[in-house]
Design a protein around this ligand. Sequence first.
Ligand SMILES: *Cc1c(COP(=O)(O)O)cnc(C)c1O
Length: 398
Amino acid sequence: MVMKTTRRRILKTAALAPAAAGAAPATTGLTAASPSSLYASLGVKPVINGVGVVTVLGGSIMPPEVVRAMEEASRYFIPLPELERKVGARIADLLHAPAAMVTCGAASAISVGTAACLSQGDPAKLRQLPNRDGIRYEVIQQKTHRSGYEHQMEMAGAKVITVETRKDLDAAINERTGMLFFLNKAEHEGAIKMEEFIRVGKERGIPTMNDAASDATPMENLMKYTRMGFDLVIFSGGKALRGPQASGLLLGRKDLIDASYPAMSPYGGIGRGMKVGKEELCGLLAAVERYLKVDHKAEWKELEARVATIRGALKGVSGVQTDRHIPVIANELPHVMVEWDETARGLTSQQVLEKLQAGDPPIHVQKPAKGKLLISVWMMRGNEPQVVARRLREIFSS
Ligand SMILES: *Cc1c(COP(=O)(O)O)cnc(C)c1O
């Protein structure tokens, strides 16, 4: 019964909002979600994604051209190592990188890239990882650049050394140092900025890796960091690029990319468990090709309109303020920030979060602090911004 009402409501609202439903394909190639019998049969309820491109909600939605490429790829046998190299070369060309490789996610790119740096292209050393005998196994990162993905380096044998200042960094580099790790979105938090970090790497002859997984907006970022001189640069395939969720990009120095291939499936390296299928390879290539052609200005305008819709619905609700918010570096796109005094309203952000998730369809947003909600409109489709706006207004008005 519940399914039925939801289904009818979604169909009805989509039909009532032809402008919104029609506006989406022009920029994002995405149309409103229709009910899914597959997920219903599994007892899993699709949600409205007001968080953005996050792995836990399924990353992004693949546009039709990506799905088509995966479907076509799925129908043939091919020599997989050859396909890996050819797709990598094509992506390198498109992104003006010296070399590129598809991995099964940004986290996987961290592992195979670390394995390449630590083994320095020596097949025997690569085979022995994570054993550290004779390996330059130390990876240095700034304290503010802890990403939560340190395990991905450690599984390749790395020991992560943390520093805070340039002086610390200079002192920490020694004959055991194999790589310098930079977390792109922490650029403004660390004492050592990108350019200086790259310079130190070059001067001391140590490869630098930049994890920019969530930072493919604006689009130029895809080319920027390799051009700046990072030896390895990482992006998620399933975030802004809208490629397959289980895909990622490792870009950078040709010798390091060459050393990264044997670290991954189908070779028996440390990343053998990180298989990239022919479908993901072709899907991510299609996603990159598409992303370079998308009208990002039009897409931005569409996001601004969604932000305005949600802010408009909350205008005049007493004690509630909204702001247009653009995060720095990661997910650099228009969001809505909602703010209120929890005590004055007798309503916590946790309670609002729960009310949104308990609704039908469930709505997921972020709670950055007390009395605050952060709403990403990026992954919304069709009339979802209107649905979110209405529900927020209901919650704050009752
Ligand atoms: C999302 C993210 C990752 C992991 O990306 P996957 O593609 O899910 O493996 C790694 N690093 C950062 C900074 C991220 O935001």
